[in-house]
Design a protein around this ligand. Sequence first.
Ligand SMILES: [Zn+2]
Ligand SMILES: [Zn+2]
Length: 264
Amino acid sequence: MIINSIASGSSGNSTLVCSEGYCILIDLGISFRKLEASLRSKGKTVNDINSVFVTHGHTDHASGIHTFRNRTKIPVYGTYETSDIYVDEKGGFGSNQEMGVELDRFIKEGEEVEIGDLQISAIRVSHDARHPVAYTVQNGNKKMAVVTDLGEGNQLLERRLRECDVIIIEANHDPVMLEMGPYPELLKRRIKNPRGHLSNQKTGSILKNVMDEETIAVLAHLSKVNNTPQLAVQTVHEILRESGFKSNNLKALIPFNDPMEIRI
Ligand SMILES: [Zn+2]
Ligand SMILES: [Zn+2]
């Protein structure tokens, strides 16, 4: 499996996961043009993508879907509640820049979707969107996860993450930087909420429960304002070290364009 970060952070998120013969994108919160350019730099084109899986309807994860569906016939998966169909049927957009995302197929938690030799499943997460999920992707005996956005972990999530060789997980903010930073009080409260975004400390607490010495952890969705890659790595590393970890298989994605590539 080859895992590439296409974009990470509040200006857009997308992760490319490929086996020998198949590729999927997890989230598409960037423009079609940026997607094409990024894929080109990795020797791929949009036609190499077999499916897209959307975690939730916030624009930084789904803003690219509309154009993508207009220009391609590639199916887009997500939960029913994330879809434009749900919004049509039940009415009302969610708050906080949540879209009704144009989906072709619905995925339920616990259900496995096969895209060639990739097996994808969804896990519910706690976030202020209609039905947000994290995804795991398995190829042969290798497994990875993309876990953004969420305000706290849960037992099922931790159980699934323990099976993963690579975990891409949000480390959104440093609590002190957030508190002292320029954001309005209401937004600060939203971010800190259990349905908001993970602090570096909360991410460390989840990782120490699920990693072993071989696991590769990638910190993602870092705030440009309330975090730095160095601080995120240092904080999580300290938590892991206090729990007896020796390895340092940990890196943070620089917002917004980190050319991260991992082969497992
Ligand atoms: Zn979100
Ligand atoms: Zn986000």
